[in-house]
Design a protein. Structure first.
Length: 336
C-alpha cells in the first residue's frame, strides 16, 4: 500500500519446478538485516532444506547504487502512458528506496505475522476469504507482492506452506530481518512467475503487484497457471472509485476532482522524464473483465467498511473518508 501517492514458504516442490530466472532468498536467522551496506544475503542450504531450489547458492544481489537517486526527492507527478517495462523498473526502484520508511511507518499496523487486506484493517483471520482455517493446513500458498512477508508468516502459523514473492530486494531484506522461518522468499516479477504449472493450492496479494502493472491480465494468467485446478486467488487493490477523488484524508478528499473513466496512469517522474513511481487505474468493470479474461471465475467482490476501532490515517485513507467511500476492493477468484 503506497502512502502519499494517488490511490497507493517453503513449498515442497521438486527442484526442477522453480526456474533459474528467479532469485531465491533462503530463510535467514542471522543478524544481517537492513543497514549492512554492500553485504549479500545468503545461506548455503542444500536441496533437502529447500527442496524446490535450483541453485546451491540462494543469493539476493544488492541493487546497484543509483548516482541520480537524489532526483527522486523532486519527482513531478503527472498522468501519462507507462508501459510494462517502465512500470516494472519504477516499482522495483521505488520500493527499494522506500521500503525502510514504509516498514517504519506501517509495520506496527501490519504486524510481523498478521494478514491485513488493506488500510481498513480487515483481517484474514476474520474474513476467511482464502477459505476456512482447516483448509489452510498443509496448503501451498503463493503471496504476490509480499513486502516483508507479514501475511505469509500468518499463513505459516496456520500450518500452510507459503512462498512470499516480491519485486523489491529491500522489502525482502525486511522479511529476513523480521524472520523467515517456515516461509520461502523469492525475488521475481509477478508477470513472469518462476514456478511450474499447478504448483500452488492458493494465491493471495494484499495491494501487491496488480495496482502497479501495465498488463494486469498477464499477471492474472500467470497466477492461474501456477494454481492447481480448484485453486483460489484473492487480491486487494485500491477501490477504483477512489481515482475520481483527491488522495487526501480530510474533507478536501470528498469532492470529485477527475473522471473515474480516465485510465491514464499516475506517474511520478524525475527531471529527465524517467518514471520513478507508476500506478495504473482500472475501473470496477475493467477489473472484472480482467479476471474473466484470465480464465478465473469471480465469486465475490468485497468492499470493507471502515471499522470504529481504526482511527489511523494512511495516506488518503482515513476514518472520515472510510465512513463515506470504499477504499479497498478485494476480488475473490476461483480457478475452475
Amino acid at each position: 500500500m503506497r502512502e502519499g501517492a494517488h490511490p497507493g514458504r517453503i513449498a515442497a516442490f521438486p527442484a526442477q519446478e522453480l526456474s533459474h530466472e528467479a532469485t531465491r532468498v533462503a530463510p535467514h536467522t542471522a543478524a544481517s538485516g537492513p543497514g549492512r551496506s554492500g553485504a549479500k544475503l545468503q545461506e548455503p542450504l542444500g536441496p533437502q532444506a529447500v527442496p524446490h531450489l535450483t541453485t546451491q547458492e540462494p543469493i539476493i544481489q544488492e541493487p546497484a547504487a543509483d548516482a541520480s537517486a537524489s532526483v527522486y526527492d523532486d519527482a513531478v507527478a503527472t498522468r501519462r502512458e507507462a508501459g510494462a517495462d517502465e512500470s516494472s523498473r519504477a516499482s522495483r526502484g521505488w520500493w527499494d528506496r522506500n521500503a525502510d520508511e514504509y516498514q517504519s511507518d506501517h509495520g506496527s499496523f501490519l504486524g510481523d505475522d498478521r494478514f491485513v487486506w488493506g488500510p481498513e484493517g480487515l483481517d484474514e483471520a476474520e474474513a476467511r476469504l482464502l477459505g476456512p482455517a482447516s483448509s489452510l493446513k498443509g496448503a501451498s500458498v503463493l503471496e504476490i507482492g509480499a513486502g516483508a512477508a507479514q501475511c505469509a508468516r500468518w499463513l505459516a502459523a496456520q500450518g500452510a506452506r507459503p512462498v512470499a514473492l516480491d519485486l523489491s530486494h529491500r522489502q525482502l531484506q525486511h522479511a529476513l530481518r523480521i524472520g523467515a522461518e517456515g516461509v520461502g522468499l523469492v525475488e521475481a516479477d509477478a508477470g513472469a512467475l518462476p514456478f511450474a504449472d499447478a504448483s500452488f493450492d492458493l494465491a493471495c496479494s494484499a495491494y501487491g503487484a496488480l495496482p502497479f502493472v501495465a498488463d494486469p491480465v498477464q499477471v492474472l494468467r500467470e497466477v492461474r497457471r501456477v494454481l492447481r485446478p480448484g485453486g483460489r486467488f484473492v487480491f486487494s487493490v485500491t477501490h477504483p472509485i477512489r481515482w475520481a477523488f483527491p488522495d487526501e484524508p480530510g474533507p478536501e478528499g470528498l469532492s470529485v476532482s477527475g473522471s473515474y473513466f480516465d485510465r491514464t496512469p499516475y506517474v511520478e517522474q524525475d527531471d529527465r522524464g524517467r518514471a520513478v513511481y507508476v500506478e495504473h487505474h482500472r475501473t470496477v468493470g475493467d477489473r472484472v473483465r480482467d479476471v474473466v479474461a484470465a480464465g478465473f471465475c469471480l465469486v465475490d467482490l468485497v468492499e470493507p467498511e471502515w471499522p470504529d476501532w481504526n482511527t489511523q490515517e494512511w495516506g488518503g485513507w482515513s476514518p472520515l473518508r472510510g465512513s463515506l467511500l470504499p477504499g479497498t476492493a478485494i476480488f475473490v477468484c476461483d480457478r475452475d
